[in-house]
Design a protein around this ligand. Structure first.
Ligand code: MN
Ligand code: MN
Length: 453
């Protein structure tokens, strides 16, 4: 075995060992990391959906007087012009602002007379484990477009005085046959994720008295009728707030940290750089969790092309793209207690070891991957080391144990250099995800250093 340290105390060139962010960061930086997380938690509480995130980002950009563009309320870009001409290429950091959730169906309200309650039908969005979504407090966020074309913003379940909603579950006394004997991913079905919304009947001669009472109330409170739900996007999300986790307050537990942790840290990074060499762009896109399908996603280049043309109408866009460098700011999976067997520990990310560099994504045989070049990995690694930013390298799980993708591949198709870089998240895609405060701060430092370079 090679020695880890030489006599002079310098690191050995014979052994690679990742280092804890708690050791690399100075005392002052760790203090800053904790302060950074206070505002990060506020963002997580304020922006639980894609629309709310874009609204937050747009307001922050306006307040900082930074050039910003918004597409259809679901996608945004912030631009900082560089000293060099735009033809020298861009520095882009892209994150996604959607998270797994329960969407309401278009005809959602019904009354279940056998239980005397009214419910919302849902269709889950993104990769969820369905049992995470039962018996937790839910809030409903989103928009309803009324028959007159008015947009009503919905946000119920977040304020202390608001009611919450919940998907009921069966008591253990009776769940033996219908749940316990089944496979975990079959025990709770997609159609059983309906949300209880009321139980008091209206007085008078109506067929569905509880449902009618709810529809009446919605009309009184919001001016919406039942048909309006057809032109609505309503999302049920966990109602709980972002919190510090652990006796030492070293972690953040919250819904939607994939990928709002990267959205927030890249937002703060771009708002805190001035006069970079190359023109910098922070992009925030929607619908990554359903494969980046849709008109406000990483697969649509019209938005980025339009922005580039607004900066310089005569520029050669393809030429710029070939010279541009991109960070796909997305999370990786933190090694999880009790389930370490799904990770290959030398190439896995852990909480507290800094921002995670993932050279490639995809699954079995690197299918559907973006695989960054050694040259580009080297460049990013040097930026991180030069700036003493804690980082680690990882791939998502053991070979052939699954996998996952990010928006990286869509940008690499444009000829850009792209690499994945973001914090590790424990319990990713669960209703309560965990990050380490020093990792969140490392991501912020990394994004800022990338923009500056
Ligand atoms: Mn993600
Ligand atoms: Mn995800």
């Amino acid at each position: 075995m090679a020695k880890e340290k030489k006599k002079d105390g310098k690191e050995s060139r014979y052994a690679y060992k990742k280092k804890s962010a708690w050791e690399i960061l100075t005392k002052e930086q760790i203090k800053k990391a904790f302060a950074f997380s206070e505002n990060y938690k506020k963002f997580l509480n304020e922006a639980k959906t894609e629309r709310e995130s874009i609204n937050f980002i747009q307001n922050a950009a306006k307040k900082a007087k930074k050039k910003n563009f918004v597409n259809k309320d679901k996608e945004a870009a912030i631009i900082i012009p560089g000293k060099k001409p735009i033809s020298d290429g861009l520095r882009i950091i892209i994150s996604h602002i959607d998270s797994p959730r329960l969407d309401l169906k278009q005809v959602p309200i019904y009354e279940e007379s056998s239980c005397n309650c009214a419910l919302f039908e849902t269709h889950y969005y993104g990769g969820i484990k369905k049992f995470h979504w039962v018996v937790i407090p839910l809030a409903i966020h989103g928009v309803v477009i009324t028959k007159n074309g008015k947009k009503i913003n919905f946000n119920i379940g977040e304020k202390e005085t608001d009611p919450v909603f919940a998907v009921p579950d069966l008591l253990p006394h009776l769940s033996h046959k219908v749940q316990d004997e089944k496979k975990m991913d079959e025990a709770i079905t997609g159609e059983s994720l309906d949300i209880i919304i009321g139980s008091e009947p209206i007085k008078g001669d109506y067929s569905d008295k509880i449902k009618t009472a709810i529809v009446e109330k919605l009309f009184k409170d919001y001016g919406i009728i039942e048909e309006d739900f057809i032109s609505a996007e309503l999302e049920a999300v966990p109602a709980f707030k972002a919190k510090d986790l652990g006796f030492d307050l070293s972690m953040v537990a919250a819904y939607g940290q994939d990928d709002r942790v990267c959205a927030y840290s890249s937002l703060q990074a771009i708002l805190n750089i001035e006069k970079p060499e190359n023109t910098c762009v922070a992009l925030f896109v929607d619908k990554e969790e359903i494969g980046s399908e849709g008109n406000t996603t990483a697969q649509v280049t019209a938005f980025l092309r339009t922005i580039i043309r607004q900066i310089d109408p005569k520029v050669d866009i393809d030429g710029i793209m070939l010279k541009s460098k991109v960070i796909s700011a997305d999370v990786n999976a933190a090694v999880t207690p009790n389930y370490t067997e799904v990770f290959e520990l030398k190439n896995a990310s852990t909480l507290g070891y800094g921002v995670v560099m993932s050279k490639f994504t995809g699954h079995g045989g690197k299918y559907n991957a973006n695989d960054a070049s050694a040259e580009y990995v080297g460049e990013i690694r040097n930026i991180l080391n030069k700036n003493k930013i804690p980082w680690q390298t990882a791939e998502l799980g053991k070979v052939d144990n699954g996998g996952g993708g990010t928006v990286a591949k869509y940008f690499s198709r444009l000829g850009m250099e792209v690499i994945d870089l973001g914090p590790a998240v424990m319990s990713m895609h669960a209703t309560y995800e965990i990050t380490s405060k020093v990792d969140v701060y490392s991501a912020y430092l990394a994004y800022k250093a990338f923009f500056k370079n």
